[in-house]
Design a protein around this ligand. Structure first.
Ligand code: NDP
Ligand code: 8X3
Length: 254
């Protein structure tokens, strides 16, 4: 379905991003994968090439640092410079505290990664899409973008910003041929909770217990569906949850 296309995925070393890499490679797309943990990307690249025989370029990149993003994109191999699909996925939650107990460091990390990182990569890659009159950008926001929950404060605010930026992009790219889709996943079992709880695996496990959460693959399948619609069709906004999740706070746990 995506043979000959190139997909650029941020935050591909884990979870949703890594699953998008497998799903898009299986559909025939070449890949550019970025994250900070390059050793994970090296292993992933090996597996993808062996299994799907697509071209894979990896790069170590902290999306919070504009110069790093710029250098990665400047140094793309010639045959992978034309980006057809961008999946703005890199993101995280740090901490789970009342706003009056929050940490400045956590707030800055979330704001710089989830909002500014997404803007940096979009600024660097979208002009070529506009010039060609073709391209698709997927922004991974969250159910938390519209449903704030206790202790979610700054994380929810960053995801709300992502959703707003998706709407802004849909408006600004209108008439250029570039499509933009916002995806809001509910609870997905990835390393997300472990990162939020500073590496506490036991606490993280409890987030996904008592019901069947989404998998990274479920979200990757949604991304594939979105990009494989005919060119005249845009899925602007998609909310995907586990069946047992009604809202961020109403979850049918056994
Ligand atoms: P994971 O923790 O499994 O993956 C997060 C990815 O983001 C990793 O590959 C990580 O790579 C990357 N990342 C984090 N910070 C940076 C950075 N500064 N520069 C580059 N890459 C970075 O979590 P998920 O897969 O669940 O999260 C992916 C996205 O999905 C996030 O935006 C998250 O907010 C969103 N989301 C997650 C949900 C969930 O329930 N899991 C629900 C809704 C949305 P590395 O550490 O190697 O840099
Ligand atoms: C991740 C889902 O509900 O933990 O965005 O915020 S939630």
């Amino acid at each position: 379905m995506l043979k000959g296309k190139t997909t650029f995925i941020t935050g591909a070393s884990s979870g949703i991003g890594m699953n998008c890499a497998f799903t898009f490679a299986e559909a025939g797309s070449n890949l550019i994968l970025i994250a900070r943990r390059i050793e994970r990307l090296e292993e992933l690249k090996k597996q993808l090439i062996e299994k799907f025989q697509v071209k894979v370029h990896i790069a170590k990149c902290d999306v919070r640092i504009y110069e790093e993003c710029e250098s990665v994109i400047k140094n793309l191999p010639n045959d992978l410079k034309k980006i057809d699909i961008l999946i703005n996925n890199a993101g995280l939650a740090c901490g789970f505290n009342k706003i009056y107990e929050g940490s400045l460091k956590d707030w800055n990390t979330m704001i710089d990664t989830n909002i500014k990182g997404l803007l940096y990569i979009t600024k660097l890659l979208s002009p070529q899409m506009v010039e060609r009159g073709d391209g698709h950008i997927i922004n991974i926001a969250s159910i938390a973008a519209t449903q704030v929950y206790p202790n979610g404060n700054v994380y929810c605010a960053t995801k709300s910003a992502v959703k707003t930026l998706s709407q802004a992009m849909i408006i600004d790219f209108n008439g250029t041929g570039v499509r933009v889709s916002n995806i809001d996943p509910g609870l997905v079992e990835t390393e997300f909770a472990e990162v939020r709880f500073s590496g506490d695996k036991e606490r993280a496990k409890t987030v996904y217990q008592g019901y069947i959460p989404l998998s990274g693959k479920d979200v990757a399948d949604a991304c594939l569906f979105v990009v494989t619609r005919p060119k005249h069709v845009t899925i602007q906004d998609l909310l995907i949850t586990p069946t047992d999740q009604a809202t961020t706070t109403i979850i049918n746990k056994t």
